[in-house]
Write a new protein. Structure first.
Length: 238
C-alpha cells in the first residue's frame, strides 16, 4: 500500500521538491542551509551564543529588557530551508509541512512542551483568517498538541482588533500596532488560570506580537508562558 502511495505521490524534499527517500523530509542540499538553534543560548531569550559562557547565562538584552514571557525557544534561524518552510506553510497553503515543523519545535522547546499544561496558538483576526483560510500558527500548535498529547486551546485567546501587517514596520511601530490587540474569552480565563502555557507562533522577529499576546494570557491568570516558534530572525551569534 505504501509503495502504491509513493508511486502516485513520490516523497519529495519539503524545500526544493527533489525526490527524497521519505515523506516529510529534506534533501542534503537543503539540510545544509538549516541553522538549528542549539545550546549554548540565553536561558530567557534563546539567543545562541558563539561559545559556552556557563550554565544559566543571560544575554545583555534579556537583562536590560526582560520580556513579559518567561522564556523563548525557536527551532531554527529564519533563513535557508527554515525560511522556505515558513513561507510554504504561510503563503502557499502547505499545511502538510506543519507536522514536520512541529517535531523540530518540540525538540527545541527544551522540555517546556512536556512540562506545560496547554498549547495556545497566536490567533489571527477573523477578517484575516477569512482571507487566508487558515492560521499557520494554529496549524503548528495543533500538530504540537497532537504529538505531545497536551490540550490544544484553540479559542481561548482572540485577536479582537484588526491590525496592519507587521512586515516592514520597525520595532516600536510593531509594538504599537499590536498593543491591546489580544484578549481572553470568559471561558478561556478558567482554562488558563494558574496554568503553564506554551504560546506558538511561526516566526519571532521583534517579539511585539507574542509579547502582546502574553500580556493578555497573564491578565487572564496564566502562571507561566513559554513562547515557542519555528524560526527566529537574527543576523548571527552573540
Amino acid at each position: 500500500m505504501a509503495a502504491a502511495v509513493d508511486a502516485v505521490y513520490p516523497p519529495v524534499c519539503a524545500g526544493c521538491g527533489r525526490l527524497t527517500g521519505q515523506h516529510r523530509g529534506v534533501c542534503p542540499a537543503c539540510w545544509a542551509t538549516l541553522r538549528l538553534i542549539e545550546r549554548p543560548y540565553c536561558e530567557v531569550l534563546g539567543l545562541p551564543f558563539s561559545h559556552d559562557l556557563g550554565a544559566g547565562i543571560l544575554s545583555a538584552d534579556a537583562i536590560a529588557n526582560p520580556p513579559v514571557f518567561e522564556r523563548l525557544r525557536s527551532a531554527a534561524i529564519h533563513d535557508g530551508i527554515a525560511k522556505a518552510l515558513v513561507h510554504g506553510l504561510k503563503y502557499r497553503d502547505r499545511t502538510d509541512l506543519a507536522v514536520m515543523m512541529a517535531q523540530w519545535m518540540i525538540r527545541a522547546s527544551d522540555g517546556t512542551v512536556a512540562a506545560c499544561d496547554a498549547i495556545v496558538p497566536v490567533p489571527l483576526h477573523a477578517f484575516r483568517l477569512f482571507g487566508r483560510k487558515f492560521n499557520q500558527s494554529a496549524e503548528l500548535a495543533r500538530a504540537i498538541a497532537r504529538s505531545s498529547g497536551k490540550p490544544y486551546l484553540a479559542t481561548v485567546l482572540i485577536r479582537h482588533r484588526r491590525t496592519a501587517q507587521q512586515v516592514g514596520l520597525g520595532a516600536s511601530q510593531r509594538a504599537e500596532n499590536v498593543r491591546g490587540a489580544f484578549s481572553v474569552t470568559e471561558d478561556g480565563r478558567a482554562a488558563l488560570f494558574g496554568k503553564r502555557i506554551v504560546l506558538v507562533d511561526d516566526v519571532y522577529t521583534t517579539g511585539a506580537t507574542v509579547s502582546a499576546a502574553t500580556r493578555a494570557l497573564k491578565r487572564a491568570g496564566a502562571a507561566d508562558v513559554t513562547v515557542l516558534t519555528f524560526a527566529r530572525a537574527m543576523s548571527g551569534l552573540i
